[in-house]
Design a protein around this ligand. Structure first.
Ligand code: NDP
Length: 452
């Protein structure tokens, strides 16, 4: 670490001591972009690190609502508007009991670099609530969303801040949020992405994060003359990202042997084929059931209560549930069992120890910022279609997603090889490459726009 990065990191630690996930995300970025900071003194002279680690605006608000029994409930709502140097704030809303300011700051910070990598004009933001949609009726979710949007609508807009979904916020929640925004503002605009197709959504948006992550993995494998066909893959999660990631892996001839939720993992050595995946989608999206039911439905599979998938041998691993779901020990188990590639569908699913294990082992490691950027990229395409009042075909959007993921890979690859000493003809440090590529574009825009 240089004197500059040590000083900035110390300052961030002092100011945000009670936000471990945010500190983890900042440390990962700062420690990997040092080569560009040393090569270009303008970033230090303009205090870019000090500014880029401080959100432009943080909004915290009360969300009162009533449950079906008529009881009053209170949750906390947040929107972290992190950086608007290259476009309107853009990033999802998460509804989960674990949500707090530190988690949303980590997600918003990551989003700044991710959105920059997509090459689209989007700044970074994130928001959400500690509300838990699990076990709530549709009418309770609707009343909560309406109350949440009653406050949030003051702060967002199609050219200001455009939220989307994330954990606990899918098509149902986006519908209720959009309806309330339209009612209060009396305008039909592209203020949210992830909308349904019949009222402004984009084809391929639900699939985009999962598909994009597989496209990124394909690009990484191609650098070693390989591809996903025939690979045994472990996947965590069984929500939006995991479902479409499994769909794309199946289409490309891979075999997926695990999915999970916050209670445990199912292991199916025969593979979760298209038919079984359709059953999982119905279970999770319509019946809102638990993944353990899979083991009773499909013989030969087993349910591992309270366990994550990383002890199962695989060629490729795709964490798609949540942050810090792979620690150093689990990363070591993956590598020891022969895993050659990790591509992150979830945000920051591997902790700092785990990342060191991947880098030391020299496996193909696609960090979240790059590997899961397909979701926000297609959100950007949804915004473009809304502005034009046009709908592109499924093939058009998928082709654009495919190209964007190829470009993100190329950009991360090129920046890694330009700046990182540990890169060789057979090894690419995509963490550093993605962070540097994402950083340079935002930092240069901040310098151009003066001290704001
Ligand atoms: P969903 O709510 O659709 O699914 C989340 C899945 O992860 C569920 O299976 C859930 O299990 C599991 N999960 C959630 N929290 C935990 C936890 N603490 N421990 C173990 N499992 C957990 O969310 P998404 O699929 O949309 O999001 C998954 C990840 O992908 C998140 O990290 C999100 O930030 C990231 N992401 C999502 C994008 C998108 O387009 N949706 C874009 C880019 C990143 P359970 O049902 O038990 O809660």
């Amino acid at each position: 670490m240089t004197e500059y990065t040590t000083r900035v990191l110390e300052g961030v630690r002092n100011k945000n001591a009670h936000e471990p996930e945010f500190l983890q995300a900042v440390q990962e970025v700062i420690s990997t972009i040092e080569p560009v900071l040393s090569a270009q003194k303008k970033y230090e002279e303009n205090c870019i690190l000090e500014r880029i680690t401080e959100p432009e605006r943080t909004i915290i608000f009360r969300v009162p609502w009533t449950d079906d029994a008529g009881r009053i409930r209170i949750n906390r709502g947040f929107r972290v508007e992190f950086n608007s140097a290259i476009g309107p704030y853009k990033g999802g809303l998460r509804f989960h009991p674990s949500v707090n300011l530190g988690i949303l700051k980590f997600l918003g910070f990551e989003q700044v670099f991710k959105n920059s990598l997509t090459t689209l004009a989007m700044g970074g933001g994130k928001g959400g609530s500690d509300f838990d949609p699990k076990g709530k009726s549709d009418t309770e979710v609707m009343r909560f969303c309406q109350s949440f949007m009653t406050e949030l609508q003051r702060h967002i807009g199609a050219d200001t801040d455009v939220p989307a979904g994330d954990i606990g916020v899918g098509g149902r929640e986006i519908g209720y949020l959009f309806g309330q925004y339209k009612r209060l503002r009396n305008e039909f605009t592209g203020v949210l992405t992830g909308k349904a197709l019949n009222w402004g959504g984009s084809l391929i948006r639900p699939e985009a994060t999962g598909y994009g992550c597989v496209y990124f993995a394909q690009n990484m494998l191609a650098t070693r003359g390989d591809d996903v066909s025939g690979k045994v893959c472990t996947v965590s999660g069984s929500g939006n990202v995991a479902q479409y990631l499994v769909e794309k892996l199946n289409q490309l001839g891979a075999k997926v042997v695990t999915m999970s939720d916050s209670n445990g993992t199912i292991y199916d050595p025969a593979g979760i084929d298209a038919e079984k995946l359709a059953w999982v989608m119905e279970l999770k999206n319509v019946r809102r059931g638990r993944i353990k039911e899979y083991a009773s439905q499909f013989t030969g599979s087993q349910y591992m209560e309270g366990q994550r998938p990383w002890s199962i041998p695989c060629d490729c691993a795709f964490p798609c549930a949540t942050q810090n779901e792979i620690n150093g020990e689990e990363a070591a188990a993956l590598v020891k069992n022969g895993c050659k590639l990790v591509a992150e569908g979830a945000n920051m699913p591997t902790d700092l120890d785990g990342i060191s294990v991947y880098l030391n082992a020299g496996i193909l490691y696609g960090p979240a910022k790059a590997a899961n950027a397909g979701g926000v990229a297609v959100s950007g395409l949804e915004m473009a279609q809304n502005s034009q009042r046009l709908n592109w075909t499924r093939e058009q959007v998928d082709a654009k997603l495919f190209d964007i993921m190829k470009n993100i890979h190329e950009n991360a690859y090129n920046h890694a090889h330009e700046y990182c000493k540990d890169c060789t003809s057979d090894f690419t440090n995509y963490v550093a490459g993605a962070n540097i590529a994402g950083f340079v574009k935002v930092a240069d825009a901040m310098i151009d726009q003066g001290l704001v």
